[in-house]
Design a protein around this ligand. Structure first.
Ligand SMILES: *Cc1c(COP(=O)(O)O)cnc(C)c1O
Length: 457
């Protein structure tokens, strides 16, 4: 029986019987009537009944140019006529070579080496292992540099190394006996400032906490790991300007590496190609995934400097090899579509169009302040988080069982807009290529659903 001949009721029954969805409460899902996506058209997802949903979260933060972009589709088809997969262990291929070169050209300066893997989680896992091994075997080894510093509310993926870095209690707390300890600095969360100061008079005093931790552990920290500018899964926490640059200076002073996890923020989402560009920062290690293929295929890249790479140069006998690799590292279909993604950025001058879009979004987001239960509206580029609160004056959250975010997203879905909240933070994450009229529709529906749910439920 081919899938085409199965009716929706059968598909739903099989889904609920067999499919385990990620980050999904299994009880609630079994009671739900899942939407079955059949195909897509530009910025719309279309279900098996023909209903259209404007994709407000870019297929979970990865889609860039819309769905079924002719050039992206063609890139995969062309590559498919050559080879779908060939390993990078002991062999090489044109799409991976060209993509490595292009990534070196467009990323912040100094990042000359590209290690491919499959997804954001592996990109960060690679970064951790590289940083650790670098200090063990560089010309003047610093074997005590075995620690990592990460931030509260951090999210860097779901493998255990990434979960060790993670600072979101609901995702990471349970696994604590399995994790390595990290030094934890407070995230620069201005709406709920961890040190009870206000901008701009605070002069980013929270950086002092990072400095203090580095001073307390001299020569012990291999790397500081950060989601530059926006902590996504935490609820789109937007960092104050200057924080990233300050962190770069601190890591230089303390001889520790800076790992920038641009898995979510890379590829145009912050209004520039890479978030680090806003503060003129070159990290020692840069992690890319989600938007790398335009959101089409699982592919990730961890870039680093010649300095880090130089510690790994040697023959088999020297024992300096990075003993890490995944079967599908640098998969040719993924690399081919990633190259096409970068070509479209150039040919459609997407980055040049972003300032006007960002400005427009910013004006539209102002409207949320009129709603009594919107506590904070934070935006960087085309990423925004709208935090709902029970009481605006005291910033008191709603009881979590009220599921305000979820209710709003469910209502939006019934109006043909697909969005997904992070708790009571509504997420705005359109594909960077989404045209203004569709961004307007997204905001119109979000405003009206937020109003209806927070005023009347
Ligand atoms: C999504 C995300 C990851 C993990 O990427 P996956 O491809 O889902 O494994 C890592 N870091 C950040 C900042 C992310 O947003």
């Amino acid at each position: 029986m081919s899938a085409e001949t199965l009716d929706d009721a059968t598909l739903r029954a099989w889904d609920i019987a067999h499919l385990w969805h990620p980050f999904t409460p299994q009880g609630d899902w079994a009671e739900s009537t899942p939407i079955i996506i059949s195909h897509a058209d530009g910025f719309d997802l279309i279900d098996t009944e023909g209903n259209r949903y404007l994709d407000g979260v870019g297929s979970l933060w990865c889609n860039v140019h819309g769905h079924r972009h002719p050039k992206l589709d063609a890139a995969i088809r062309d590559q498919l006529d050559r080879v779908a997969h060939s390993t990078l262990l002991g062999l090489t291929h044109r799409p991976a070579i060209e993509l490595a070169r292009r990534l070196v050209e467009i990323t912040p300066k100094g990042l000359n080496r590209v290690f491919f893997s499959d997804d954001g989680s592996t990109a960060v896992e690679v970064a951790l292992k590289l940083a650790y091994q670098y200090f063990q075997q560089k010309a003047q080894p610093e074997p005590k540099r075995t620690k990592f510093l990460a931030f509260t509310n951090a999210y860097h993926g779901d493998t255990l190394g990434d979960v060790s870095l993670g600072g979101i209690k609901g995702f990471h707390g349970l696994f604590s006996p399995l994790l390595f300890p990290v030094l934890r600095a407070p995230s620069p969360h201005c709406y709920r400032c961890p040190i009870q100061l206000t901008r701009p008079s605070c002069q980013i005093a929270c950086l002092g906490e990072v400095a203090r931790l580095l001073e307390e552990h001299p020569g012990e920290v291999a790397a500081v790991v950060i989601e530059p500018l926006v902590q996504g899964a935490a609820g789109m926490i937007v960092h104050p300007e200057g924080f990233l640059r300050g962190l770069r200076e601190l890591t230089h002073q303390h001889g520790t590496l800076l790992i920038a996890d641009e898995v979510a923020v890379g590829f145009g989402r912050t209004g520039k190609m890479f978030a680090c560009e806003h503060e003129d920062v070159s990290p020692d290690i840069l992690c890319l995934a989600k938007g790398l293929t335009g959101g089409y295929m699982p592919l990730a890249a961890t870039l680093t400097t010649d300095q880090v790479h130089s510690a790994f140069i040697g023959s088999a006998a020297d024992g300096k090899t990075f003993a890490h690799g995944h079967t599908f590292c640098g998969n040719p279909l993924g690399a081919a579509v990633a190259l096409a993604n970068l070509e479209i950025f150039a040919s459609e001058k997407l980055i040049d169009q972003l300032p006007a879009k960002v400005e427009h979004l910013s004006r539209r987001l102002e409207e949320f302040h009129q709603l009594t239960h919107v506590g904070d509206v934070r935006q960087k580029g085309l990423i925004a988080g709208i935090e709902l609160v029970a009481d605006r004056a005291t910033k008191t959250p709603y009881p979590s069982e009220n599921l305000m975010g979820r209710q709003i997203c469910n209502l939006a879905r019934s109006l043909g807009v697909f969005i997904r909240p992070l708790g009571d933070v509504l997420v705005v994450m359109p594909a960077p290529a989404m045209p203004l009229d569709k961004i307007d529709r997204l905001i119109d529906v979000m405003l009206s659903c937020t109003y209806q749910v927070t005023e009347f439920k």
